[in-house]
Design a protein. Sequence first.
Length: 335
Amino acid sequence: MYIRNVLIAGFAAASTVEAYANSTIREEQKIWNVDHLSAPKGKRFLDGIFNVVGGILGGFGGGGGGNDEEPQCPEVWSQISKTLTEQFLGNGQCTDAARAAIRASFHDCFNGACDGSLILANECSNIENRGMERLCSNLANVATQTKVGVADLIQFAAAHAVKTCPGGPTVPVKVGRQDSNTPGALGVLPGPNVPGDTLVRSFASKGFSPIDLAALVGAHTAAKQRHSNPSKPGTSLDSTVGTWDNKFYSETKRGSAPFTLPSDKNIANHPATAIPFTTFAVSKGAWDAAFVPAMVKLGMIGVEDDGLIDCTSALPGGSRKRDIKNSNIFDRLNW
């Protein structure tokens, strides 16, 4: 299990390097295409890891280069960050507003593109987006007052919310997306009862590997259910809903969480996602290492990287260096 954890971190290292440079993970994770699900899962998992780790070792020898001067993040994002902290942190824990912000990133992007249509096309009024109405209104007001893009604000708020939750990693975030008031397609967002096969294929169609899927669902560590079981509104999906830890994974597997969505249980048990899900249950570092590039990729669906400006420095903490210092040596492989 220990070796497996290191390999997971190694796999995520490749993804993170690529994500930070290009803000999207492309061809290297096609080894996890669902067409490969017929192979024995242990061999398939290890083959995928070794292929990617081999790519890392080869890539480290390449030449450098790049721009000497990077465009600076506009100061307005640091001002917005202070406003969001007031909304996202309460009594030392992340708030319901932070939970909604993390969810909003997925709901704006997955049904089309990260284009702000969740707010600009009033998608927040759709039944599949219930519970985010107040957040959408608040972010719309912030965007109007500060004159920033709505699409950028949604993704910045999500990265800010993750970092605001105690224990949350720094998710690199860029600004410069194109806003759109054209609504995304209805019925694309997966519901709480979706089978594992459907989830794996749905995410694969958007360029996400099973590891990405298993990592992203971990955001439910800070989530509450409100509509899956109306008789238990506001029930958390793990026992420490105000902090960013990996108890969601262990409690979902054991069946000891206050509430578990059937779709989450399906991810925990599916042959393509069970191994990373189990690994994340025993290693928060491995989960963070996989979650960060997956979240970066999510925030870039349908977005061209050209001309975007890195505003990671405006997030709480201001840098991923703090994450490196606070992680153990194997977790640092990600950076």
